[in-house]
Design a protein around this ligand. Structure first.
Ligand SMILES: [Zn+2]
Length: 276
């Protein structure tokens, strides 16, 4: 059995909103980006790693495997491998940790969530917060111009007509998924972190009416406009009453919903097609 403990510091990014989805069935969660490689090991750094490994091994019973990371989302994590070795991943800030902190680390690793040890570690992480590199911004490429519809034009038009030009967002056709789900489709999404609206590429077909694509763009712009509010219970409310009210007031709302609810349209949209 393996156990995994995480000591999170930087919260993971907000998941992308699940957008106008016909069945509400979520698609795969956003893929976790691989952690960046730790800084290049100089001989000095290697010695520091060896010293820390030694110090931890003296304090922790059983074999320990230490890995130094530059991972901003998990400063400390431990995992018991199948062969019994305790794998400890630590942010490189711990290379210069004083004995008191190494003691606390060992205690925390042996008995996770140990209160006092946790406090010492917390204080050390706070002091060394500056060593945690912010996540690098991803380069996002936008492809707004499709074969049938230019999303940028559409967004600008809707922005002027319904949002007083106040929505600041990028827009792009999404990538064609390798496998099309036969039963549901997520027409669009909005990522508050990157401010990118993505529209499903299957909507860029001539039988899909312009008013329907426009409605999906409007829906995602409404997310950008209202933000993702939290309800009183602390749960994220993706489509709060205000959202629904504004969506229903959109002139094409009813015929867009009618188009979407027509099984013939959905069948056509989701039918298997030869790969190009
Ligand atoms: Zn939505």
């Amino acid at each position: 059995m393996t156990e995994q403990l995480e000591f999170p510091w930087v919260p993971s990014p907000t998941p992308v909103d699940n957008a106008a989805s016909r069945t509400g069935k979520p698609e795969a969660a956003p893929r976790k980006r691989p952690a960046k490689a730790p800084p290049r090991a100089t001989s000095e750094a290697r010695q520091a790693v060896e010293r820390l490994n030694e110090a931890l091994s003296q304090r922790i019973p059983g074999p320990v495997f230490l890995r130094i990371t530059n991972n901003a989302s998990s400063i400390i994590s431990t995992r018991r491998r199948a062969d019994g070795v305790l794998q400890v991943h630590l942010h490189h800030m711990f290379l210069k940790a004083p004995d008191s902190v190494v003691d606390a680390l060992a205690r925390w690793v042996i008995k996770p969530r140990a209160g006092f040890a946790g406090d010492v570690i917390d204080a050390f992480i706070r002091e060394n917060k500056g060593l945690i590199q912010p996540r690098r911004r991803r380069v996002i490429r936008c492809y707004p111009r499709g074969r049938n519809y230019d999303l940028r034009d559409m967004l600008d038009e809707i922005n002027a007509a319904h949002f007083d030009n106040k929505v600041e967002a990028y827009i792009s056709w999404g990538q064609m998924p390798r496998k099309i789900q036969r039963r549901s489709i997520r027409f669009g999404s909005y990522s508050p972190r990157d401010k990118v609206i993505r529209i499903h590429p299957l909507l860029d077909q001539d039988f899909v009416p312009r008013y329907f694509v426009r409605y999906i763009v409007f829906h995602e712009m409404l997310h950008a406009h209202l933000g993702i509010a939290e309800s009183e219970s602390g749960r994220r409310s993706i489509h709060p009453p205000e959202f629904k009210r504004m969506e229903r007031a959109y002139p094409d709302y009813e015929r867009a919903v009618a188009w979407m609810e027509n099984p013939e349209n959905m069948r056509r949209l989701l039918r298997p097609r030869p790969r190009k």
